[in-house]
Design a protein around this ligand. Structure first.
Ligand code: SF4
Ligand code: SF4
Length: 267
């Protein structure tokens, strides 16, 4: 499916948490695994932690083997997508014809949302109290023909999206804020590197925190240090908060923009 065909699958109807729909996906449907080919999956920070741990890889190894770097439209922020196989169908590396997804319990957030899409990143902060979701109506997907009732809220809970959105909240917020900056405000290479490090390369970020002068330069209380030493989700949350503070600590928009010119990062 080319980009124009993919865009044509997106329903223009805006859905909120209470919107209702019928859908069921199960092994044995004639379209089984078709949705795992020719796709564009943006990976969130928590997706990467789950997947690299599932595969027994470091974050650096996972990034090198399974991802493709991009710049996120209208933000100039680096992001990564799942690298598809170079086969005829551009398959996800984790899909098998008969078994389906071989990392199912650790599949990325976008796969969990499907057949819904989420427009959070298109959105102004505070404007999405009722959410902003839409259907991805791919013609091959038979799931809409099944008789199982959902609301968007129930679907998110059932698919484990709530938990993921909570862990990624600071990251999403950071991206949304950057999107609201004038397009002429560009990130320095260093700011992009730091965003990439914290967001996607958690093992390298751990080294940055514990094996450099970071903890001498940044005031972090003892219990937090212990927590982030033991728990990589806490390390991720800490890193995203720190990054956000470093980039947005001024309230004046002009000053905030200037922070992207490299202020706030330890060297
Ligand atoms: S990660 Fe799993 S669910 Fe997602 S596209 Fe790949 S095979 Fe499909
Ligand atoms: S195309 Fe739809 S029904 Fe078919 S496997 Fe994918 S999600 Fe399930």
């Amino acid at each position: 499916m080319n980009e124009a065909e993919k865009t044509a699958c997106i329903s223009p109807v805006r859905l909120g948490y209470g919107s209702q729909f019928k859908f069921k996906c199960k092994p044995g449907v004639s379209c089984f695994t078709l949705c795992c080919r020719g796709i564009h999956i943006i990976l969130t920070p928590y997706d990467i932690i789950r997947m690299k741990n599932r595969l027994g890889l470091s974050s650096r190894e996972f990034l090198a083997l399974y991802t493709q770097p991009h710049l996120l439209e209208k933000t100039d922020l680096p992001m990564v997508t799942l690298k598809l196989l170079d086969d005829e169908r551009e398959s996800c590396p984790f899909v098998k014809d008969k078994k389906g997804c071989i990392i199912y319990t650790d599949r990325p957030t976008s796969c969990r949302y499907y057949p819904l899409g989420v427009a959070t990143l298109q959105h102004k902060e505070g404007a999405d109290d009722d959410g902003f979701f839409f259907f991805i109506n791919e013609p091959h997907c038979k799931g809409f023909e099944e008789d199982a009732d959902w609301t968007v809220a129930k679907w998110r809970e059932d698919q484990g999206v709530d938990l993921r959105d909570e862990i990624n909240r600071e990251w999403t917020d950071l991206v949304v804020r950057k999107r609201s900056f004038p397009p002429n405000i560009k990130l320095t290479e260093k700011a992009k590197q730091m965003f990439f490090l914290v967001s996607y390369d958690i093992d390298k970020f751990r080294e940055f925190v514990f094996d450099t002068s970071f903890l001498k330069r940044v005031d972090v209380d003892g219990s937090t240090v212990e927590k982030i030493r033991r728990d990589e989700i806490e390390l991720l949350k800490f890193g995203l908060k720190w990054l956000k503070g470093a980039l947005f600590k001024q309230t004046d928009p002009e000053q905030q923009a200037a922070n992207f010119a490299d202020k706030g990062f330890p060297t």
